[in-house]
Design a binder for this molecule. Sequence first.
Ligand SMILES: Cc1ncc(COP(=O)(O)O)c(C=O)c1O
Length: 388
Amino acid sequence: MTEPKPTAEHSTAFPDGFPGGRALFRLDPAVAHLNHGSFGAVPVPVQEVQAELRAQAHADPDAFFLAVPDRLAQARTRIAAHLGADPEGIAFVSNATEGANLALHAVTLADGDEILVTDHGYGTVTAAAARRATVTTVALDPLLPDEDAVRETVLAALTPRTKVAVLDHISSPTARLVASPRLLADLAARGVTTVVDGAHAPGMLADPLAGGADFWFGNLHKWGYAPPGSGILAVAPQHRHRVRALVPSWEDERGFPHSLEYRATVDYTGWLAAPEGLDLLHRLDAAKVRTHNAALAAHGASLLAEIPGLTPLPYTEGLAMRALRLPPGTAETRQEAVDLREELAARLRTRVLIWPRAGGGGIRLCGQIYNRPGEYERFAAALPAFLG
Ligand SMILES: Cc1ncc(COP(=O)(O)O)c(C=O)c1O
């Protein structure tokens, strides 16, 4: 199928397809995958490395599993180089959700202490905080204009009981920077321990660990092209001795990071293949990929912004995701958001994130090297028929 020509007003605002980008993936060509941010997608060269690792494990299980601790340390060192981290200061974890639980188990809290979260926070991460202590939820108006307004809103919600703040690096529904370096510094100056959810940061940000949080966790399987189940937990030196594996293993006494990474007999091939994802990103030219992805997301958002009732949300420059508010009466509840998401998938063969909110939910579009401008154009042309 040929893609429609962009209209003149959009013709300078977005790139053509990333050369060779689509061929790197085995995505269903019948579907427009505009939701890379939820589960990522694994490029074929990374799939092949993981398949080879699995073949090694099947061919000689003893040799494979006995070598796992050393091979994990090597893989972690390669990841650390990409993230600008100390290899002893990060650990492989399964995903951001697990990273949140490990971090929140390690923070020091007394009776009556509280944890601050925001209403843009990811559900599983907020659930981990709520298991640990009383949670105060800061409402962030999606229309807050910039990082400073976000920072001031969070700081204004602190009380003497707030001992920990759990903040998105890049928020999932609204796709914006919350844990800015300045906000993290202000919280540290007030004695608040910072836990940053960097699920979207590796691969999307050039320097994901620059903010200097006490605890930071991120996924390599979203924007880092790693296999699913590849997360990273980074811990500041003064907290490392308190981070304990949720399930103890033979490596438990070695402490952070080894005790977290060794999990008895599980499939380690995702972690071992993970550095290939970041290597690929850098071979493609990470800066070029980021620019391309951000331009595509911006292109999609500008098309949706022309639909009556849709409101583009303030965004952080350079990110590969953009969000818009849907009209009142659309996706106001979780079930309505799921229903709309599935209707768009079934009838338009397009995958996007729909998030619920009273007064009108939201939609998030992503850009990735396998996407083309025409996918957003077709979606934008068809979407109005599905809005309340
Ligand atoms: C901001 C944010 N945090 C956490 C997660 C959870 O990631 P995982 O399912 O890999 O634990 C997501 C997933 O989309 C996310 O967007």
